[in-house]
Design a protein around this ligand. Sequence first.
Ligand SMILES: [Zn+2]
Length: 238
Amino acid sequence: MKKKLDMLEELQEVDQQIDALKEAQSGLEAELSGINQGVERVREEVALLEVNLTKLESEKAELESTHAAELENITRSESNMKEIKTNKEFQAVGREITAARKQVTDLEELLLQKISQIEESSTELAAKKSTCDELAENSAQRVAAKQAEIDAIQSKIDADIERRENVTKGMPASLVKKFTILREQRRGRALAIARDGYCMGCNMHLPPQLYNNLYKYEELLACPHCQRILILKLQQPQ
Ligand SMILES: [Zn+2]
């Protein structure tokens, strides 16, 4: 019986170690995905700036083509003027030309604005790209370091799982099953230390007869309050 209890204790210890390792591992995995998300965010910002720049360029091209068309209209009107016979017609075409020249001036103003927007946007894009490259490089190193830590923990977990298998191999299957169910129900702890008449798992007083029976090591005894399997320990562990 004492041996069974020792095996249960070892099982609990290895399970808690696995739990702690898995927790550390998932913390690292969260950090890892945080790093990747940071890079992804800056990449998205770069892509948005690129879209914006493309849009400005195409607006500029459109202005340029309208500008060219207006200039052509003026040239055409000017050459038409030579063939005009009446004064009235002459004045009408003259007004058209004046309006078209005004239009050309306005378009040139808009073009200048567009060019300066494009310059601004290109500068911003170049800066964002260089930030992105730096971040990606820096993150790649951090990701590799985190991944190495995660892998190191995984090999410890694998070793613990092997150790757990060795422990459970020597135990009756029904006991392992009981332990596993209890562990799930009792927040990861299937065993509780009994000391000075108390269950240390739930801090409740144990019936004296039960507590005395623990000294006999005849059967597995459970706390009547929290149902954990009791292990007698007279001394505080050092
Ligand atoms: Zn208890």
